[in-house]
Design a protein. Structure first.
Length: 269
């Protein structure tokens, strides 16, 4: 929209008694989310309660896990199908140009662990300065954001189902400190072109449940209402978002959730 268009839109919004934007305390003007009186990226939605945690819960990879990053190698990753370009610094994977980082391997139902931090001293304001994200199957984003002393629209806070659901609490540690995410994810189940079981996720942030068996409305969208497509892959990569900020990652591993009663039968006695 041209500058004159922005001025006119602002004047109309003011005349109607409404303010629209993408920040804390303002309506977004985006579609309303089903089941709640709030819009996508609605800055007037209540802020999650702030709690203090014990900090990052660092867990070593179990025996059936695939290590995605151990502090030394980018072998599991790619930038757009080519070599991974993100930087390794002091054992941490640093978000860097040219863009999002994706795993070479694809996954379905998984448990994912990783730790992250934003270096101290960087200016953070809402969605700017300390922003990244992890996309399950390359489609479903769990927000990675430095949300300590940083207000923004709640469905864009740390561990939010971006554009869909805020976290139960804000468990973000101060800037410069390591934090942990533990995620259990199940992809959607289709019958033909119809979703019979939406994608489901549970998230622990620094050992605290911030999402508990929540259902995605569909693959992540920005400023739009998420919906499920008629066709959906069975698996997809893990994607780390490059948002222009030097977010650091470490100790990242993933394992299949598995299924009960699929092991060898016990012999009868």
């Amino acid at each position: 929209m041209k500058p004159t268009g922005w001025i006119l839109a602002g004047a109309l919004a003011s005349a109607c008694g409404a303010a629209y934007g993408d920040g804390y305390g303002v309506k977004s003007g985006n579609p309303q989310i089903p089941g709640v009186p709030y819009e996508v990226h609605d800055g007037t939605r209540p802020q999650p309660p702030i709690i203090t945690t014990g900090g990052a819960v660092s867990v070593k990879a179990p025996s059936d896990a695939k290590v995605l990053f151990d502090g030394t190698s980018l072998d599991a990753w790619t930038n757009g199908g080519g070599p991974a370009k993100w930087v390794i610094k002091d054992g941490a994977l640093v978000a860097s140009p040219p863009g999002d980082l994706s795993t070479k391997e694809s996954f379905g139902a998984v448990q994912l662990h990783f730790e992250w931090r934003l270096p101290a001293g960087r200016k953070v304001d809402g969605q700017s300065g300390g922003n990244s994200g992890v996309f399950l199957m390359g489609l479903y984003e769990i927000q990675v954001l430095q949300s300590h002393n940083n207000k923004t629209y709640p469905d864009g806070q740390a561990t939010g189902l971006y554009g869909q659901l805020p976290p139960l609490v804000n468990a973000t540690s101060p800037q410069g400190e390591w934090q942990s995410y533990d995620i259990a994810f199940e992809p959607p189940v289709y019958e033909g072109e119809k979703v019979v079981k939406p994608a489901k996720v549970t998230v622990l942030h620094n050992g605290v449940f911030t999402q508990h068996g929540e259902l995605f409305l569909g693959p992540t969208q920005h400023k739009k209402l998420a919906t499920y497509p008629a066709q959906h892959p069975l698996t997809g990569p893990i994607k780390l978002q490059w948002h222009g900020d030097p977010m650091e990652y470490r100790n990242m591993w993933i394992r299949p959730l598995g299924e009960r009663d699929k092991g060898p039968a016990e012999p009868q006695k």
